[in-house]
Design a protein around this ligand. Sequence first.
Ligand SMILES: *Cc1c(COP(=O)(O)O)cnc(C)c1O
Length: 328
Amino acid sequence: MATSIGPAWVKNLEELRRLEEFAGDLEFQRDWRAVKLANKKALAAVIKRRTGVKVNPESLFDIQVKRIHEYKRQHLNLLHIITLYLRLKRHPELGITPRTFIFGGKAAPGYFMAKLIIKLINSVAEVVNNDPEVKDRLKVVFFPDFNVKNGQFVYPAADLSEQISTAGKEASGTGNMKFAMNGALTIGTLDGANVEIREEVGPENFFLFGLTATEVQSLKAGGYNPLGYYDSDQELREVLDLISSGYFSHGDTQLFQPLVAMLLYRDDYLLLADYRSYVERQDEVGYIFRDEKRWTRMSILNTARMGKFSSDRAIREYCQRVWRVKPL
Ligand SMILES: *Cc1c(COP(=O)(O)O)cnc(C)c1O
């Protein structure tokens, strides 16, 4: 980067926009991919040391790190992972894009459902990572004790940033900004700052899915029936049935029942309503990742267009518009 736009972006983040000129430059693209690959290798080493799981740095790093909460829908991400797993079990030769799914984050001490989600992440990881039929095409990792220190390894290593909260629930989010600034593409709902990120980077460089906040409201007002989605979507039904069967819990059919029952009979955060749209968008992510020139161009454009999310800019605007104070 020092040979293209220099270091001025460090003090003035809008300078990143000058990267747009290099988005299609094949030599610059190669350098960009080399940096991302080095970041992924560094994270892979930390993952190996902390969890014992060996991950492939060439695979798509699909990352969701944030507090564990039902509204943030880590379990929607899990439904997609199990969907891919079932597709591979049914068609072992399927040419899917190899992916490493990385989760991190803490649950509040008394939040039973959040802890059950962590349990399910680890249980799915144990099955998927050790199934010889998967042939290492899918890996799932729960990164323990996620914090700002080890976050410095995580955000720069992402190819895909998971920002999949139910629309209307996230005030802003900041992880979404850290990822996009570091060249990850976002799969996300129209929620919080995802809206502004998508406007800035361009809708063609953002993987949008799901209901809008207005659609969420009207669906709930009309009497939302999650079972209808279960009945009409075979793939979704097979995923939920697999969890219920005890497949991920050594035959224990009770362990994850509170989670499955929540989804089937309440689903306050509309996972089942957004499932099909999410999986379709993820299929597109996997397809585009194989086109490395296209993906790298989108990645560079994400970083180039994130200047607005500078904290310097935010504080300057507060000084002018809210506090009406001048710099000393
Ligand atoms: C940025 C950050 C968060 C916030 O993540 P969101 O995706 O915005 O919820 C939480 N924890 C750590 C350690 C972070 O660095």
